[in-house]
Structure formats: structure tokens, C-alpha cells
Design a protein around this ligand. Structure first.
Ligand SMILES: [Zn+2]
Length: 286
């Protein structure tokens, strides 16, 4: 009897917790499981971003910094969402990469700029990174991690009376399943979701969405038959699926782009080209 009551309490607690943990992704309306508060998320992102800034060299190029900040602000504003502490930085490093942290922190590496070619190319990457933030992908992944840990703990209590061998086999299999079955596919779906939202954000911010396919084609070409794969591609598969998805979405994004140009006459100018300073040899070696 005692066990049954405990079971019921436990069940209602889980139910309460699941109801609390439901959120919806803006733009795609996908339901997601998040058990981290927005303020906790912002605080975690902020702390991690401080560490990034302390351990890296920020670019001293005023023009490039201004461009990154301008694109970032325009895209964040186009999301129409509030409650984020946006910050956009440019790190002086040859890595072909960019990343976002929960709460609104975005970093570009100078190494990715030649692939962006111009401001519209920066908007492709910026749109994708800002999309990760507003879709709260970081918080979702952290929640999965926590839920998996809780699931594992419950399983291990449930199995505590079983023979040690059975326990090991079951929890071991659970670990594998958790990694391959849950975490990887989710991260791939996060990538396509960020592409989809990112393309719409860049269009709304007045950047031609045609630049999206062009950018990912340049990235794919760079990794073709080369030893060096751009770092961005290690977390962002640059396969044909991605280019296909963007091709499919470009037409509707172009409509949003034209509308943005009419609503914001100041957006009607050619995207500024990226001019990189000549590097002294030996600097920024990889
Ligand atoms: Zn991504």
C-alpha cells in the first residue's frame, strides 16, 4: 500500500513536471521539452561567453566588427522577440566557424569571413546562429541531458533488486540508445530548424535569401577532397539535404525579403563586401 501511494505521488510529480516543461519553437511551432528556465539559460550563456572572451583574441578591425554587429542587430530585431541579451563578437582566429550560446551570445571567427564574401553571407550564418538561440536549442539539449540522467537514475532504482549482470546490460544498452537514438537525430533536426528559421530571419532583415544556398555550396566545395574540413561542417553537416531544404524554402523567403525592402527603404543597398586585412606571416597559425 505504502508503495502504491508513493508510486502515485511520483506519477503526479512527473506529470506536473512534463506540463511545466512544454514549450513551442517560434516560427516552426514545434513542441519542445524544456526544463530550464529562461533566466537560468541566459545566465549559463553569459557565464560561458565571458570565458570565451577571456580565452580568445577579439578582432581589432573596426569595419568588420561594425559589420558583424550591424547584421546581428538587424537579424535579432527581425525575430520580433524580446528578453534576450544580444551580443555579437568577432574573434581573430583562422577557424572556419561561428557559434551561438543560449540567451543571445553569438561569436564569429575571422576564418569564416572569406566564405561569407559579403554582408549577405554574414547574414546567412548570423540568421542560423540567432535561430539556434530563439529556438532555445541549447536549453532543449541541456533538458534532454537532465531527463536522460533522471531516466537512468529511475532505471537503476527499478533494477536495484535485479542481479548485477542484468542491471549492467540494461543500463549499458540504455546509454547507447540514449546517445544514438535521442541526442544525434535531435541535433540534426536542430540544424535544419535553424536553417529554416535563419533563412526567414535574414530575409526579414532585408538580406537576399539566395545568399543561403550560395554560402553552403561554398562550404561544401571547400571540404570536397580536402584534408581540412571547415570546423563549422563538423557540427553542421554541409550535405545535399541542407542545400535542398534551403532551395525549397528560398522562394517563400524571397517574398519576405521583398516586403522587408519596401518597409525599410534603408535596407535597399548592395550588401557591403568583406575586405580582410593582410595577415602578417606566422600570425594565427593553425
Ligand atoms: Zn547550427
Amino acid at each position: 500500500m505504502k508503495l502504491r501511494i508513493r508510486g502515485l505521488t511520483f506519477f503526479s510529480l512527473i506529470l506536473l513536471f512534463l506540463l511545466e516543461a512544454c514549450a513551442t519553437v517560434p516560427y516552426t511551432e514545434r513542441s519542445q521539452f524544456i526544463m530550464i528556465s529562461k533566466s537560468e539559460e541566459v545566465a549559463l550563456g553569459e557565464r560561458a561567453f565571458e570565458e570565451v572572451k577571456e580565452s580568445s583574441t577579439l578582432s581589432g578591425d573596426d569595419k568588420l566588427n561594425a559589420m558583424i554587429k550591424r547584421v546581428g542587430r538587424r537579424i535579432a530585431a527581425a525575430s520580433g522577440l524580446e528578453g534576450y541579451e544580444w551580443e555579437f563578437i568577432l574573434i581573430d582566429d583562422n577557424q572556419v566557424n561561428a557559434f551561438a550560446l543560449p540567451g543571445g551570445k553569438v561569436a564569429f571567427y575571422t576564418g569564416i569571413l572569406p566564405f561569407c564574401v559579403n554582408e549577405a553571407g554574414i547574414a546567412v550564418v548570423m540568421g542560423h546562429e540567432v535561430a539556434h538561440v530563439i529556438a532555445r536549442h541549447g536549453a532543449e539539449r541541456m533538458s534532454q541531458g537532465r531527463a536522460l540522467a533522471i531516466g537512468k537514475a529511475i532505471l537503476s532504482v527499478a533494477l536495484s533488486t535485479s542481479a548485477p549482470v542484468t542491471k549492467e546490460v540494461v543500463t549499458g544498452a540504455y546509454g547507447i540508445g540514449a546517445k544514438v537514438g535521442v541526442i544525434l537525430p535531435f541535433s540534426r533536426s536542430h540544424e535544419s530548424e535553424a536553417d529554416e528559421i535563419g533563412l526567414r530571419l535574414m530575409a526579414r532583415a532585408g538580406y537576399d535569401p539566395e545568399a543561403g544556398v550560395a554560402f553552403w555550396k561554398r562550404m561544401a566545395k571547400e571540404s570536397e577532397g580536402k584534408k581540412r574540413v571547415p570546423e563549422l561542417l563538423s557540427t553542421h553537416p554541409g550535405d545535399n539535404d541542407r542545400i535542398e531544404l534551403l532551395n525549397r524554402l528560398t522562394a517563400s523567403a524571397t517574398i519576405e525579403y521583398r516586403r522587408a525592402l519596401t518597409e525599410h527603404p534603408e535596407y535597399n543597398r548592395r550588401p557591403e563586401k568583406i575586405v580582410l586585412p593582410l595577415k602578417r606571416p606566422g600570425k594565427n597559425k593553425r
